[in-house]
Design a protein around this ligand. Structure first.
Ligand code: KIV
Length: 288
């Protein structure tokens, strides 16, 4: 196997941080998208619980459960030949008990086939993080806007805008690092705070809505490709307009069906002439 086709391991996070090479991450939820992300060379793919919103149409991530995460993780991990695959631990899969958390993290690895898990929260979750790590499963942290707490936060709003909140986030980040998390997602926090935290930490930060000084960036599949035309967070950039392009392609397909220009000759195949004649001969007998 050439080094180019060697699957990315957890070490890529530390190596890239040390070499100051930004880490690239995108979410994916199915085989085809994951195969494209993998072939495009993404360092890592996140099976985010954002799937509840962009795949299932829910207003938040709270209805996503373990069965869904395992199913989507399996689809993604089967496609990823090189990218490091991380699965979100869904709401209530790690908040109830440490035992639940370890069992559920284990299922994402053994049944879902992922390389690591991500969970939201700071030092309150250290017992859970320690136990999952003891089971040999790498853990990514997630601070700032933590969507599973959206009800408590009062909406999807930027976090840590005040000095005391920023200090709490910094403290949480140090705790996660100390516990052994290999990386931390910083979501929707002021850019100067994200830059400061990223500089202080030895482990890499992956930003989303957190400026360009994090050690890497993550975007949601549907946002990065412009797949949805009804919603996109202000911090997300669409690199294409797939919603528009797909709509156009489907309209062209419909028109061609209606005009009978599809299928064209190259999409069709008739029976061999001899078989056709035999068929006609026998069929005519059947009609008599
Ligand atoms: O669920 C998700 O997609 C995420 C990213 C936004 C970081 O957690």
């Amino acid at each position: 196997m050439s080094s180019n086709s060697t699957p990315n391991s957890i070490s890529i996070f530390q190596t890239k941080k040390e070499q100051q090479i930004p880490i690239t991450m995108v979410t994916a939820y199915d085989y085809t998208s994951a195969a494209i992300a993998d072939a495009a060379g993404m360092d890592t793919i996140l099976v985010g619980d954002s799937l509840g919103m962009v795949m299932l149409g829910h207003p938040n991530t709270l209805q996503v459960n373990m069965d869904m995460m395992i199913y989507h993780s399996k689809c993604v991990s089967q496609a990823a030949t090189k990218a490091f695959v991380i699965s979100d631990m869904p709401f209530l899969s790690y908040q109830v008990s440490v035992e639940d958390a370890v069992r559920n993290a284990g299922k994402l690895v053994s049944d879902g086939g992922v390389d690591a898990v991500k969970l939201e929260g700071g030092m309150d979750f250290l017992p859970v993080i320690n136990a999952i790590l003891r089971a040999g499963i790498p853990v990514m942290g997630h601070l700032g806007l933590t969507p599973q707490s959206v009800l408590q936060l009062g909406g999807f709003k930027m976090q840590a805008r005040l000095a005391d909140q920023a200090l709490k986030l910094l403290d949480d980040a140090f705790s996660l690092q100390e516990a052994g998390c290999f990386s931390i997602v910083l979501e929707s926090i002021p850019s100067n705070l994200a830059a400061y935290v990223s500089k202080q930490l030895q482990i890499p930060t992956i930003g989303i809505g957190a400026g360009n000084q994090c050690d890497g960036q993550v975007l949601v599949w549907h946002d990065v490709l412009g797949l949805l035309n009804n919603f996109r967070p202000s911090f997300a950039k669409a690199y294409d307009d797939l919603h528009g392009r797909i709509t156009e392609a489907l309209q062209t397909y419909q028109n061609e069906v209606k005009e009978r220009t599809f299928p064209a000759e190259q999409h069709c195949r008739d029976m061999e002439e001899s078989e056709w004649q035999m068929f006609l001969h026998e069929a005519q007998h059947m009609e008599e």
